[in-house]
Write a new protein. Structure first.
Length: 161
């Protein structure tokens, strides 16, 4: 069974987002071994961080994210400059990863300042949800739902119309 992990920076604080994620996580159990790995955000010093300090945060978070990714994993980095896929295309991407012998798919969501270049370079796919900006916790809900939808599409389920 395919393993799918959302690897992300920060915790979901809003109860309503956590409940939505929990519901889709439960549904995904029929299709894959689904998990979410949350890593702590790096702390900024001062109230007005400069570019250098922000760069240090992105780099430190990136190193911790990369440490959680195995060389054999299929990695999708969630970033604004990534490719936008339809739900059907995401479904096909997951199917193709499995057909190529990948046993684990990791979706990576960075912190509030984004992902490091190293994480993006490691990715097999740079994926964007939209040209719009979403709060990271809402992005996690949307991504979890879309992963569920992708499996429903692949299995011929009635969820996707």
């Amino acid at each position: 069974m395919l393993k799918v992990n959302i690897l992300c920076i920060g915790k979901v604080k809003e109860k309503y987002f956590a409940e939505a994620i929990a519901e889709y996580s439960k549904r995904l159990g029929a299709f894959c071994k689904f998990s979410i790995t949350e890593l702590a955000e790096e702390r900024l010093r001062g109230s007005a961080p400069g570019e250098a300090q922000i760069g240090e945060v992105i780099s430190a978070e990136g190193k911790r994210l990369l440490a959680k990714i195995a060389p054999s994993d299929f990695v999708a980095a969630m970033c604004i400059e990534g490719k936008q896929l339809s739900s059907e295309e995401l479904s096909q991407t997951l199917d193709n990863a499995a057909l190529r012998g990948k046993s684990t798919v990791v979706f990576v969501i960075g912190g509030s300042y984004g992902l490091s270049g190293e994480v993006k370079s490691r990715a097999d796919l740079r994926l964007s949800m939209s040209r719009m900006t979403f709060p990271h916790t809402l992005a996690r809900v949307i991504l979890t739902e879309q992963i569920y939808r992708a499996f429903e599409i692949s299995s011929g389920g009635k969820y996707h119309k």
